[in-house]
Design a protein around this ligand. Structure first.
Ligand SMILES: Nc1ncnc2c1ncn2[C@@H]1O[C@H](COP(=O)(O)O)[C@@H](OP(=O)(O)O)[C@H]1O
Ligand SMILES: [Mg+2]
Length: 245
């Protein structure tokens, strides 16, 4: 197995181990979310500093380090994706994202789903389960479902599955709980880098809403839209998205 994937898994697990007990610390709401963001960041930064001291880290929870724009190796990290859901008792739809970008490509990644006790990585590649019969299930933000996803559901006779966290939704497609994930209207590179790397390893199609490639470690942290879809549905879903735009 690739050594960088092992480091990604180690870092994602360390954050999960810090985040889970915090949830029963008595904090709730925003203070819990803030504490989770900070604890996840500390755990991941410690693992990366110990294991890969020469690499640059680009994280939602750290100041943007300009060295990433000339570096060969950059870790793109979201220590707690779905902060809102993490702060809501009983919800499982939140995630930890750790991706490694090497000279233009996502090279390794892990996504932890701590509430499920799962960590998914790019190697070994996840096995995509068969799609059950029934309407196409499209994962969408539970707080900001995009119009494009509603249009795709109407065109395909599918249904929306509202969930928190870009990582959890992407992994819902990898794990066979959903068939596609459609997002627009805003997001950042760390929200999708690790989940997209894992999705690609599983054989899923990933791209921008206009069909163009998702580009990581660009100067602008924003990467506002994406589609993750099972390969057998990619043409249909992307055509429906195009028609909706
Ligand atoms: N319109 C928008 N602008 C900025 N960030 C957005 C966004 N829509 C979603 N996101 C971010 O993408 C992640 C998943 O969102 P959602 O659960 O709504 O699908 C969340 O990350 P964080 O929880 O790390 O902040 C959220 O902040
Ligand atoms: Mg996020």
């Amino acid at each position: 197995m690739d050594a960088d994937v092992e480091v990604a898994r180690l870092a994602a697990r360390a954050a999960a181990d810090a985040l889970l007990p915090l949830r029963s610390s008595g904090r709730t709401g925003r203070p819990l979310g803030d504490a989770g963001d900070a604890a996840g960041q500390r755990a991941i930064a410690a693992v990366l500093a110990a294991e890969r001291p020469g690499d640059v880290v680009f994280s939602e929870e750290a100041t943007d380090d300009a060295r990433r724009l000339s570096a060969d190796r950059v870790w793109i990290v979201d220590p707690l994706d779905g902060t809102r859901e993490y702060s809501a008792p009983g919800r499982a739809d939140w995630a930890v994202h750790v991706a490694l970008w090497v000279r233009g490509e996502l090279a390794a990644a892990a996504v932890a789903l701590p509430a499920l006790g799962e960590v998914h990585g790019t190697d070994p590649a996840p096995a995509l389960p068969a799609r059950p019969d029934g309407p196409v299930r499209i994962a969408v933000s539970r707080t900001r479902p995009p119009a494009e996803a509603e249009a795709v559901a109407t065109t395909l006779g599918g249904r929306l599955v509202p969930l928190g966290s870009a990582g959890y939704k992407t992994l819902a497609v990898v794990r066979g709980e959903a068939d596609a994930y459609v997002h627009s209207g805003g997001m950042y590179q760390w929200d999708s880098a690790a989940p997209v790397a894992v999705a690609r390893a599983a054989g899923l199609v990933t791209c921008r809403l206009d069909g163009s490639p998702l580009v990581y470690n660009g100067p602008d942290p924003a990467l506002p839209d994406l589609v993750v879809v099972r390969p057998e549905l990619a043409d249909e879903v992307l055509a429906a998205v195009r028609a909706a735009r």
